[in-house]
Write a protein that binds this ligand. Sequence first.
Ligand code: PAF
Length: 317
Amino acid sequence: MTELIVARTPEELCAHLAQRVGQAEARNLAAVEQRRAAGQTEEDVAPEAPRVATVGLVPTMGALHEGHATLIRRAREQNDVVVVSIFVNPLQFGPGEDYDRYPRTPEADLELLRGIGVDLVFLPEVQTLYPGGEPLVRVTSGRLGELFEGSRRPGHFDGVLTVVNKLLNITAAGASGHPLRAYFGQKDAQQVALVQRMVADFALPVTIVPVAIVRDDDGLALSSRNAYLSAEERTAALVLSRTLALLREEGLSRGYAGIDLDAARQRIEHADGVELDYLEIVDPETFEPPTEDSRRALALAAIRVGATRLLDNMDVV
Ligand code: PAF
């Protein structure tokens, strides 16, 4: 297994990434030559060109759990070189949010990354990514960024898109024209939709790969913020995934029109210690109500359990 390299600046990341991509290309070439030498006829192997090396990026804020590990394993399966960034991005936290107390577990994170065979971890300081302080120019997330999470957390998605844009550009520079894929968890469905729109609207040279939500055995969607929950709160939080699962059953058996959203809202509102923020069914590309043209319908919810806000979603059609 190759050694995990820790890069702390964009320059270090680009240099190491270019080196790892070069090594992967050399391995791919050697594999073709080996097949040629293994007695296959020149005619058999002549059309085979060495495979172009690909790069997978998994942007994270650290406090890595099995949900991240699933994204990273997917990136590992699909690419020659895997980069994970760990950066708790101050731009996406509002005043009074949990930026200072957001869980930071660098040693455990590095151990997990070594275990999966990640090539490079990008671990910049805040001053490295934002050397002039808060950036003057930011990506604006538009109407899609003002709905749901965006209306509760003004500026949140502008902060997310600004840092993701930067991370994608830095990694694309290091990948220097090699195909780049970036992996995002479907738990943050609105974030995934916005990143996909940004990539399309700015013609960024990257393919976004959404990865399904990973759940604990009891159904709770994995999240770094689950670490804030007491045992009682964790049990109370299960009403969220259970209600979404019921909506999914209703949707699959009776169709979108047969879903009783009000009953589902009441179920959550009546749960002890749980406060419902929103529960809606949306088209996951627009976050507006689904129309006849929608390809999917997604039940989308946010609740508060004690001081912790939790998100979850499930396809219902
Ligand atoms: O989902 C997250 O962890 C963050 O929003 C991301 C995409 C790493 C940007 O800071």
